[in-house]
Design a protein around this ligand. Structure first.
Ligand code: UD1
Length: 420
């Protein structure tokens, strides 16, 4: 089992390039399952979530190939010939995004689903509502979701909550449904817009992505998009920004879309961090004393739940009281116990965390409880006096491409040990 060691006390300084977005890449891979031609997705991060998804797809008969440049080629089979093994599917919640595409292209899909995960229960009722609305019979037995349809037909579907995954699944299925689908109260995340752009590049007719209503005119088949570059990862970018801010550093990020970063920039500025915007770059300068802030996680363009833990780590040593309200996932404050082991003063009551700034965090042995909590502990390690040892590094590897290498180029002292 790998452990990560982080030495504290150095401000991060320098330039770092942001990788392709994990969540957009996962959705694009699933959408590529609907293409009659092979597709090359550029800038796909080499992280374990992507590798597991591509293994799952291989088990189902897809061919996938990595180019040296980081691009990933996906070639769909004419006939789906395998049900992915449960031990692989259970490693990756996002495998549920295969349901819509496989149903639309092959008329049936069966995906075994893991139960609740570390950050919350994560039901799929909205996915089922949407796919049923398009005419599929959806059932769940022994932890496996089956969806079948002789033909999908467009419909008007309202999502009770703007779920990212449900919006993506239904949008993909609707591309090959007969007639028009109108999706209301959908998610507006940049990853949704990227997926719609990719689907349109494949010949789909999707309009309105990035707004509350998406309209889709079904087409007969998809294909003909040879290469497509995924958007930069706004959460990876945000993680570097917070690491720079929390260590009083000065870091320039390359390959970012500043517009996607607005909720994160707004909160960092509120805390007293200077952010300078370039065309596809952002510079974070944090010299002075930072101020406590309050933040609430919300669907985009609100503050992202995936950045909540990193901010919590940063707020631990800012004098005064900060309050975080987590509105998306009910169990996303497990990091608080780990930060408390490092000397933080945090009180958690349901979905509210109150952080009283302390003078200093101290390095100790902590464990990553999920992907973003892991990243937050790395940041806490940079802030702390002494060395922090982080176990459960597999969570961090799920979503950060070359995290240690990139942090090292910024002057961080971070190293890994395999304790097998
Ligand atoms: C995606 C992201 C994840 C991010 C999250 C919220 C991927 C692979 N993952 O997850 O990193 O944290 O968006 O921005 O893109 N819900 C229901 N019923 C449903 C579906 C969702 O009640 O059918 C609820 C969930 O329990 C949760 C909320 O909706 O409380 C948001 O979930 P959702 O937007 O679906 O997140 P994911 O797509 O799973």
């Amino acid at each position: 089992m790998n452990r990560l060691f982080v030495a504290g006390g150095r401000p991060l300084k320098g330039k770092v390039r942001v990788s392709g977005a994990k969540n957009a890449s996962l959705a694009l891979l699933c959408a590529a399952a609907m293409s009659r031609d092979s597709v090359i997705l550029e800038n796909i991060p080499d992280i374990s979530d992507i590798n597991v998804m591509s293994e799952i797809m291989k088990e189902m008969g897809f061919k996938t190939k990595r180019e040296a440049s980081g691009a990933l080629e996906i070639c769909a089979p004419l006939k789906l010939n395998a049900q992915p093994p449960y031990h692989m599917v259970k490693q990756l919640r996002a495998s549920n995004l295969l349901l819509g595409p496989l149903l639309a292209r092959f008329g049936e899909a069966e995906v075994a689903l893991p139960g609740g995960c570390n950050i919350g229960v994560r039901p799929m009722d909205l996915h089922f509502k949407g796919l049923s609305g398009l005419g599929a019979q959806v059932s769940m037995k022994h932890g496996t979701v089956s969806a079948k349809a002789d033909k999908l037909v467009g419909n008007r579907i309202y999502l009770d909550f703007p779920s990212v995954g449900a919006t993506e699944n239904i949008m993909m299925a609707a591309c090959l449904a007969e007639g028009q689908t109108i999706l209301e109260n959908v998610a507006k995340e940049p990853e949704i817009v990227d997926l719609a752009n990719f689907l349109n590049c494949l010949g789909a007719k999707v309009r309105g992505a990035g707004t509350d209503i998406i309209k889709i005119e079904g087409v007969q088949e998809l294909g003909g998009c040879l290469r497509y570059p995924v958007i930069p990862d706004r959460i990876e970018a945000g993680t570097f920004m917070v690491a720079a801010a929390a260590t009083g550093g000065d870091v320039e990020l390359e390959n970012v879309i500043p517009h996607h970063m607005e909720p994160i920039c707004a909160k960092l500025r509120e805390a007293g961090v200077e952010i300078i915007e370039g065309e596809e770059a952002l510079r974070v300068v944090a010299g002075g004393k930072l101020k406590p802030i309050d933040l609430k996680t919300l669907p985009y363009p609100g503050f992202p739940t995936d950045m909540q833990s990193q901010f919590m780590a940063m707020l631990c040593t800012i004098a005064g009281t900060s309050v975080i309200i987590e509105n998306i996932f009910e169990n996303r404050f497990q990091i608080a116990d780990e930060l408390k082991r490092m000397g933080a003063n945090i009180k958690v009551e349901g979905r509210i965390a109150v952080i009283e700034g302390v003078n200093e965090l101290h390095g100790t042995h902590v464990k990553a409880t999920d992907l973003r909590a892991g990243a937050a502990l790395v940041i806490a390690g940079f802030m702390a006096e002494g060395t922090t040892e982080i176990s459960n590094v597999k969570y961090i590897d799920r979503g950060y491409h070359l995290l240690e290498e990139k942090m090292k180029t910024l002057g961080a002292q971070v190293w890994r040990k395999d304790s097998r």
